[in-house]
Design a protein around this ligand. Structure first.
Ligand code: SF4
Length: 379
């Protein structure tokens, strides 16, 4: 039987580096981008030979960076190479990430016609001042026009990314952001709290005392408001940071949270296949050179032992609000879940942090707000 495989393709170019960003993103280089796509195709062909007989693709996710810095022609080429090389199920979810200010209506229509059927737009905030604080390359007007263009182009599955815990963000300003997002009627909303990552411009500002982050109590208040507001508007809270209309959960990301097989193509892309994870070189120019020489650009690879794989599966699975299917876990790892993790589970249950209901282990409401520390117990 063919095993499902999620396919991730990384486009590492952005028109501007946002102050908080620690993703693998680099300035747009027109003379490099065609070579980058040649390398993507070469890497894809290499992995297709290994996986196409045994794996069918249910989801493709073109992320970045900013995939919409590529032309419609380049995006079309990537899509066609996926179809040519892999077995893709007929109802596959095919997502492209887009940033406001990088895409117009003609490109949007062309992308939709090519076959991309889900769009994830990096909004972050509808507030002009907050967008400035975040050092984003767009204003609120471009967000509205990008979402409207996506609808006009025929995208019926649209997700918005929002960010909270921005310095000086009040509860009412965040509520206002949530309301504006809801008004755009998206099928899906992701909400992430701003974190300061080492090596970013924000981390320097913070260490110089020029950027003051909201305290934990305020961050929690914003998170609680998110859940209350979005649930009230009919969006189902299905993962710690993600909300969806019925039938519109992000299937690709569920592949990650279920710790299933995913193949990452492109600079800095990570893969997890049958217990082995591997990651490509970050720098696009090095990636291109290495793929030309060796067809792959893996810089790091690790095969997990069974205990590590179990820990990772729980760590990711507990992010889902429904939790982990005990039956599926036992089938996968051939152990008795409740016996193996007996001490940890009973201690967390006593503290009211996890619940076992029917076949599922999940975070309780209290556990949800302390998710990071609960999850650590299993690793
Ligand atoms: S648009 Fe996204 S990937 Fe690009 S620099 Fe900003 S946060 Fe990073």
């Amino acid at each position: 039987m063919k095993q499902p495989l999620g396919l991730y393709i990384h486009i590492p170019y952005c028109i501007h580096k946002c102050g908080y960003c620690d993703f693998n993103s680099h300035p747009v280089k027109q003379d490099e981008m065609d070579h980058y796509i040649d390398a993507l195709v070469c890497e894809m062909q290499h992995y297709a030979k290994i996986h196409s007989d045994t794996n069918s693709i249910r989801t493709i996710f073109l992320g970045g960076g900013t995939p919409t810095t590529l032309t419609a022609f380049q995006l079309d080429r990537i899509f066609k190479e996926c179809i040519n090389n892999f077995t893709i199920v007929s109802d596959a979810e095919i997502t492209i990430e887009a940033n406001p200010a990088t895409i117009g209506i003609e490109q949007m229509k062309s992308i939709r016609q090519t076959g991309y059927n889900r769009i994830s737009i990096g909004v972050q905030s509808f507030d002009k001042t907050e967008l400035k604080v975040l050092d984003r390359a767009h204003g609120p007007e471009e967000i509205h026009s990008t979402v409207d263009c996506a609808r006009k182009a025929g995208f019926e599955n649209l997700s918005l990314d929002l960010m909270f815990a921005i310095p000086n963000q009040s509860l009412s300003s965040w509520e206002n952001n949530l309301n504006k997002a809801i008004e755009k009627n998206p099928e899906h909303i992701s909400t992430y709290n701003l974190t300061i990552e080492q090596g970013t411009a924000f981390s320097k500002l913070e260490s110089n005392g020029k950027l003051i982050m909201p305290d934990d109590g305020h961050q929690l208040e914003l998170y609680k408001k998110t859940i209350e507001r979005l649930k009230k508007k009919g969006l189902h809270h299905y993962e710690i940071s993600n909300f969806a209309r019925p039938g519109k959960k992000c299937k690709h990301n569920i592949t990650y949270w279920e710790n299933s097989n995913t193949l990452g193509i492109g600079a800095g892309a990570s893969s997890y296949i049958d217990g082995t994870r591997f990651k490509n070189i970050n720098l696009p120019a090095h990636y291109i050179r290495q793929v030309k020489e060796k067809k792959t650009a893996v810089e790091y690879s690790e095969t997990l032992n069974s205990r590590q794989a179990m820990g990772e599966t729980i760590m990711l699975g507990l992010r889902l609000i429904e939790g982990i299917s005990i039956h599926q876990f036992e089938k996968r790892f051939q152990i008795s879940f409740t016996i193996f993790f007996k001490t940890i589970i009973s201690s967390l249950k006593e503290k009211g942090l996890v619940v076992i209901e029917k076949d599922y282990l999940r975070l309780s409401k209290k556990g949800l707000f302390l998710a990071d520390s609960v999850i650590l117990e299993f690793i």
